[in-house]
Write a protein that binds this ligand. Structure first.
Ligand code: 6GU
Length: 244
């Protein structure tokens, strides 16, 4: 899987992919991350990439030509690359969109700054617009990092086993159960006894119940789209009745 990041601040991307799981994925050749400085594609000698908006108003708008030329260079190498513009006006990112994106082999990620890009960038070059939530970032760069991180971990081989991605929160639309490790007692707070019992069936049941409880208490709206068994529904009814 390949990511080409179009940005005015390529230095922002120097460290996030040099650690841990993503660094290993790059080393193994499972993912490839390149940054392209939009400024290098400016046409004038001062390499201007933004300008005042037609019609007046606050701030600056990213010019169409440098972005067009940068995207066209990547597309020359691979015409089927998929172009995503990171912007607060985009579709809110969720695990379903992340899964769809992970099935593509080459993403161009356009990071907006200032008051956004000239509308013709959208019309001519952008395949999909994505936001990472209802809050305002100073630019699309952090959003691009979030997207690369979340998409990369679905690429086969990036996580230790293919199973770990499927067991995560949101795949089954439930939140994770509580986890403990040694010591069994810390300042009079004990690990739940069932986890020390060695009874795998009882442990599975406890974990499912805790997932359901947590989801009900913290994110009840997720239960609407969760795939629940008849037993899950019974457990959930008890949780709701006991309100704990
Ligand atoms: Cl993708 N960009 C900016 N600038 N702000 C955001 C965002 C993106 N997603 C949420 N807020």
């Amino acid at each position: 899987m390949r990511f080409d990041i179009l940005t005015l601040f390529p230095e922002m991307f120097s460290s996030p992919f040099q650690e841990s799981i993503l660094a290993k994925a790059i080393e193994k050749g499972l993912i490839e991350v390149r940054t392209i400085n939009i400024r290098d594609f400016a046409l004038d000698k001062h390499q201007v990439v933004d300008d005042a908006p037609y019609g007046g108003g606050q701030g600056m708008v990213m010019k169409v030509e440098p972005i067009a030329r940068a995207i066209e260079q990547v597309k020359m190498e691979n015409p089927s690359a998929w172009t995503v513009y990171l912007t607060p006006e985009g579709k809110p990112l969720n695990q379903e969109i992340i899964k769809e994106l992970s099935s593509r082999s080459h993403l161009i990620l356009l990071c907006g700054r200032y008051e956004g890009v000239d509308e013709r960038v959208r019309q001519l070059f952008v395949d999909e617009e994505i936001s990472i939530g209802d809050y305002v970032l100073t630019g699309g760069e952090l959003a691009a990092m979030v997207l690369i991180d979340t998409v990369s971990r679905l690429v086969p081989g990036v996580l230790g086993s293919d199973k770990s991605a499927e067991e995560d929160s949101f795949f089954g639309s439930l939140l994770e159960y509580p986890q403990y490790t040694r010591p069994a007692s810390f300042r009079n707070h004990e690990v739940p006894e069932v986890l020390l019992s060695g009874n795998h069936q009882a442990i599975s049941l406890w974990r499912r119940e805790e997932s359901l409880r947590r989801t009900w208490l913290r994110r009840p709206e997720l239960l609407n789209k969760a795939s629940l068994s008849e037993e899950d529904k019974k457990i959930l009814e008890e949780i709701i009745q006991n309100k704990s």
